[in-house]
Design a protein around this ligand. Structure first.
Ligand code: SF4
Ligand code: SF4
Length: 350
């Protein structure tokens, strides 16, 4: 029986907040009909005080990487984002941040660059899907010029930055230009994220209504930026094999996820589904029911229990056996090598 033992935990995925400056139409936090936050989005946030309490020195000092991303918000919007990075980033522990890059000013970003330069593996992934005239079509409410100013301030201060680009029909003609700009501005890497979790042969166009009431469409890019046939047949192959194909990424990486409410989960995918339980929704992910059975939100809340007590719960001990026996659909989908998003990464360094 393999489980999540505290002494093995090396990585933490932190969801600092459920707030965001942007309103991407396909984001789980955005209502595509009006681009306002969904009714279930609140303002939960982790503060420096929380993080010091949850990941006290003894735990912090065993970590090698902390990733700030999450499902429902953008980490840089969290009030204490920079202070938390400062508490966690060291020569031994890298901090990576995933963001649209549109919030905060250049001085804040320069300070963050100085903090993250303590560890050469630390980085910020800027999700910029286009140029000045296209990025905000998807990354709603952001300003390209400001994002680039922020990113350059971060890079100039010693921070390592990556540019992540999702091609759609409206921006695919700019991929090469964006790649060249990423080199010019000093980004370390340019990544094309193929949108295979968004579009399919049957679904090539997705409507959304902007705040002014106008209807727009996100359209699939050309074949070049859609998943290859090979990867689709590989997915089918994995679907038909035994459940041994589930290789828990969290367990493999000795990683845990902490939500913006301070709840501990194995990963962001299971956390997303567990939220359905609080919302009283039916869920077929195969994980949430188990989570509830072992105590649910209350039992795994770091504001009520310390991490060692939480990991001592049988829930974290039986998970891997549960994967083999019960085949939770969410684990099979995410860690069964099925329909994983494809990325094309280009290093900008010679
Ligand atoms: S920037 Fe991220 S968190 Fe914010 S709306 Fe877009 S996808 Fe969601
Ligand atoms: S989806 Fe399931 S198998 Fe994958 S990392 Fe999360 S808990 Fe592990």
């Amino acid at each position: 029986m393999t489980g999540f033992a505290l002494s093995h935990i090396k990585r933490i995925h932190l969801e600092l907040t459920e707030k965001c400056n942007a309103a991407c139409p396909l984001c789980i936090r955005t209502n595509p009909n009006g681009l306002r936050p969904q009714s279930y989005i609140g303002s939960s946030e982790l503060t420096l005080k929380d993080i010091r309490h949850f990941l006290y020195a003894e735990i912090r000092d065993q970590l090698v990487d902390v990733h700030m991303c999450g499902s429902y918000g953008d980490p840089i919007v969290a009030k204490d984002c920079q202070e938390i990075a400062d508490y966690l980033c060291s020569e031994n522990c890298s901090v990576s941040i995933s963001t649209n890059g549109g919030a905060r000013n250049a001085a804040w970003w320069a300070q963050l660059g100085t903090i993250l330069s303590r560890n050469h593996r630390s980085r910020v992934d800027f999700h910029i899907d286009g140029l000045a005239d296209t990025n905000s079509f998807y990354r709603r409410n952001t300003n390209f010029k400001r994002i680039i100013t922020n990113a350059r301030a971060f890079i100039d201060a010693g921070g390592l930055a990556n540019w992540e680009f999702i091609p759609f029909r409206h921006n695919e003609h700019q991929v090469e230009h964006a790649h060249n700009l990423s080199k010019e501005y000093g980004f370390a890497r340019f990544t094309i994220k193929k949108s295979n979790w968004i579009f399919s042969e049957e679904k090539t166009k997705i409507p959304f209504t902007a705040r002014d009431g106008t209807t727009h469409y996100l359209e699939a890019p050309s074949k070049k930026y859609l998943p290859s046939k090979d990867s689709k047949s590989m997915s089918r192959h994995y679907t038909s094999t035994s459940n041994d194909d589930i290789q828990c990424l969290a367990l493999k990486n000795n990683e845990l996820y902490i939500s913006c409410e301070g709840i501990v989960y194995p990963c962001c995918w299971t956390a997303r589904f567990a939220r359905n339980i609080y919302l009283g929704r039916r869920t077929k992910d195969g994980f949430s029911k188990l989570f509830k059975q072992y105590g649910g939100k209350e039992r795994f809340d770091l504001r009520k229990n310390k991490l060692p007590e939480i990991l001592d719960n049988d829930f974290f001990k039986i998970l891997s056996d549960h994967w083999q026996e019960k085949k939770p659909p969410i684990c099979y989908k995410k860690c069964g090598k099925k329909d994983q998003p494809q990325k094309i990464k280009s290093s900008n360094n010679p």
